[in-house]
Design a protein around this ligand. Structure first.
Ligand code: SAH
Length: 220
């Protein structure tokens, strides 16, 4: 049988290499088996340019063009694990699709995923990657994610993949009661922050220091 390198991988993009990354994520403290299984399944190397595909299973952020980066696998795992809190996710909103890798992970662990990206050519790239993986429960939108997607709210989970100076009010409003949002917050130093919406309050928990590209306004 002929091997299709983009699916089976050769050398640095093989299943073996991906297994090593999952082991590393475990060592770094990721414990949610559902998240680890999803990341074992998804080929990260198809989300980056061929020239750097051999680095796709290093636990590091990599450039994806337009001044943006594919998030580090540890942070993708950590944010997904926090959002899941050990239970299946229903309707999820992601802000900052980038190349679509985090989107693909969310698609594996959620009923439906809506992802918003402000840079049109990046969104087109992501669309191609997600089509290749046949992720059918994902819808992408070219828009300014600061405003969420009001017509589809409420969301059980919201994952913001870029650093915000403050939590956008619109995103808070679009959370379901009982829903969770994970978002890097801060100007300069950023802190990964969990927000839980209860019947009558938003409970904010600061988790760990992170470094994300900024949440910007408008589209391009
Ligand atoms: N999870 C993505 C991360 C990409 S980096 C990945 O792993 O590839 C963050 C992304 O957020 C960038 O693509 C950037 O263009 C996007 N972004 C920044 N501000 C935004 C906004 N207001 N609305 C939508 N996307 C935004």
């Amino acid at each position: 049988m002929a091997l299709n390198p983009s699916q089976h991988g050769i050398g640095m993009t093989s299943q073996r290499t991906r297994e090593r990354l999952i082991m590393r994520l475990r060592e770094e403290g990721i414990t949610d088996e559902v998240v680890l299984a999803a990341m074992l399944e998804i080929p990260r190397h198809i989300f980056v340019d061929e020239a750097i595909a051999s680095r796709a299973y290093e636990d590091t952020a990599l450039p994806i063009g337009y001044g943006q980066t594919i998030s580090q696998p540890y942070i993708v795992a950590r944010m997904t694990e926090i959002l899941r809190a050990g239970a299946p996710l229903g309707k999820v909103l992601e802000i900052g699709t980038g190349c679509g890798y985090q989107t693909a992970v969310l698609a594996k662990v959620s009923q439906e995923v809506y992802s918003v990206e402000r840079i049109s050519p990046l969104l087109m790239k992501a669309r191609g990657h997600l089509r290749e993986l046949r992720a059918r429960n994902v819808k992408l939108k070219h828009a300014d994610g600061n405003f969420g997607i009001p017509e589809l709210a409420p969301f059980d989970g919201i994952l913001v993949a870029c650093g915000a100076t403050h939590v956008p009010q619109e995103l808070l409003q679009q959370m379901a009661v009982g829903g969770r949002m994970v978002i890097p917050v801060g100007s300069g130093d950023q802190t990964l922050t969990l927000i839980e919406r209860t019947n009558d309050a938003y409970i904010q928990t600061r988790l760990e220091a992170v470094k994300f590209v900024p949440l910007l306004g408008g589209t391009s």
